[in-house]
Design a protein around this ligand. Structure first.
Ligand SMILES: C[S@@+](CC[C@H](N)C(=O)[O-])C[C@H]1O[C@@H](n2cnc3c(N)ncnc32)[C@H](O)[C@@H]1O
Length: 474
């Protein structure tokens, strides 16, 4: 049994000792969580600081508690000790279930901030390997969120002091493309769209302390998102929403994303960026071994670049960092480029610049023709590993079992769709800070009657609040 879980069980026992009327779900109900130590890996890959010349390195998976204490030490004040000598602070037991967990970008960032991620859910079985291989002791559940029962999620939370439900639903139905070319009702018809409603359903039934989600900036223009927000407000959550540029938070990539944070315990928001956090393409990929197009590095098979056609090989040799097809001699320019439609996409077939953050990575970042994804100095597109580093993953993050072949399309989707690790870390830090600032409100729960039974949660809110009617239609 891990020390972390041991500590939590002790806290639970102490709460009972104090005679507080608690009606929590049984910590031993359902799966035997105690047999799994929630250990994670350090996101030292996100080791920032100006001009670190390589991506991140992580020699071995660190115990979750190690990472947690490092972060907690830097952020928190000294904790009051309990009579047993153990610390007893709500921020020490912030537990998250990550819906739509993918390869684990958000989870990895949250862990590095001190959040204990207990479980990840995704319906793609291919996500199991990266999720579990990089986060020892955290369970991956292959499931459709639309069919997920609140009672199951409740079991995963166990007796957590502070419960965080994260749900970064697929963003494609909310993209600018969808907005431009589909009517809102059409977007609403998209099955993936209703996943946000299911996230709302789970929030309504579970009433987690904190809710978070990330999506494309355009998500706020869809009624499904506004319904989701209204649901949270009606349930008594304080909701914070903003579009953030991840490059301000240490991601070596320009990536604007809508972030939502909501809490039942008071105002919550994303922490402010710090100027010294900024990183560039050079900071994370310059030290990567030189590679030819179509080649794979001997020591890291994820450092693999897609093969270029003869034409594209010639084109990239004429491309300038930050430039486009406009830099090429005429005979290399395709007809579609010179048409007015082509002119709208000058970044296509460009190289990225070393001294700036990368452009927003898509799921096809490994393709030279898919955006400004050419390597700054070598005649090739980005390797899969370089894409992962630009998404904030550590250098040795494992995405695929050793005995499986590298597939650019599947891995590109997993990496390109991830919540950047740096953003996950900042979300985690903001949550921990919020819990610390509102520790009285979190601690109060132990002297109030709290009914966390999902079957009755919609009838009575936590902290004595009565949730109003829900605006989410499921
Ligand atoms: C934006 S990605 C999530 C990225 C992930 N949070 C990360 O940080 O790496 C959305 C994920 O939702 C998953 N997904 C889509 N529909 C789903 C469903 N109905 N149930 C569960 N997962 C689903 C996709 O497989 C994909 O991995």
């Amino acid at each position: 049994m891990s020390l972390v879980l041991d500590g939590r069980s002790t806290m639970f026992a102490e709460s009972l000792d104090s005679g507080a009327p608690i009606a929590l779900w049984s910590p031993h109900a359902g799966r035997n969580l105690d047999s799994r130590s929630p250990r994670g890996t350090d996101a030292s890959g996100s080791s920032r600081g100006p001009k670190s010349t390589s991506g991140s390195t992580r020699e071995r998976p660190l115990k979750h508690s190690e990472t947690t204490s490092e972060v907690t030490e830097s952020m928190a004040t000294k904790a009051p000790a309990t009579t047993s000598g153990r610390t007893k602070r709500p921020e020490d037991d912030v537990v998250c279930v990550d819906l739509f967990c993918g390869a684990g970008g958000l989870t990895h960032g949250l862990i590095s901030a001190g959040v204990k991620v207990r479980a990840g859910v995704d319906f793609e079985e291919a996500c199991r390997h990266p999720y579990e291989a990089n986060h020892e002791g955290i369970a991956f559940h292959q499931a459709d969120v639309a069919e997920l029962e609140a009672s199951t999620v409740a079991e995963w939370f166990g007796d957590a002091e502070v419960r965080v439900l994260a749900g970064c639903a697929p963003c494609q139905p909310f993209s600018t493309y969808a907005l431009r070319y589909q009517k809102d009702e059409k977007v609403e018809d998209d099955q993936r769209w209703s996943l946000l409603n299911h996230f709302g359903r789970l929030v309504r039934e579970l009433l987690p302390d904190i809710v978070t989600m990330e999506n494309v900036p355009a998500v706020t223009r869809h009624s499904v998102f506004n319904n989701f927000k209204r649901t949270l407000e009606n349930l008594g959550y304080k909701v914070w929403i903003d579009v953030v540029d991840c490059a301000e938070y240490g991601l070596p990539q320009r990536r604007n994303r809508t972030v939502l944070l909501a809490s039942l315990h008071g105002d919550i928001k994303l922490r402010e960026p710090v100027a010294s956090e900024a990183r560039t393409v050079e900071d994370v990929i310059k030290e990567m071994p030189v590679l030819r197009h179509g080649g794979t590095d001997k020591s890291d098979r994820l450092h693999a670049a897609s093969r270029l056609s003869d034409l594209n090989y010639e084109r990239i040799q004429h491309s300038k960092p930050g430039g486009s097809w406009r830099d090429w001699p005429k005979h290399l320019v395709a007809k579609c480029h010179t048409k007015s439609t082509g002119k709208k996409y000058p970044a296509v077939y460009g190289r990225m610049k070393y001294d700036e953050p990368a452009p927003t990575l898509t799921t096809q970042f490994y393709g030279f023709g898919s955006g400004r994804f050419g390597h700054p100095t070598q005649a090739r597109g980005l390797s899969l590993r370089e894409g992962a580093l630009l998404q904030g993953f550590p250098k040795d993050y494992s995405f695929i079992p050793e005995d499986q072949p590298i597939q650019f399309k599947a891995l590109g989707r997993m990496i390109g769709n991830a919540v950047p690790v740096d953003l996950g870390r900042v979300i985690g830090q903001s949550i921990i800070e919020h819990v610390r600032q509102h520790s009285d409100s979190f601690a109060d729960r132990h002297v109030q009657h709290v009914d966390r039974d999902p079957s009755s949660a919609h009838q009575g809110g936590r902290n004595g609040r009565e949730p109003k009617s829900s605006a989410v239609h499921t």
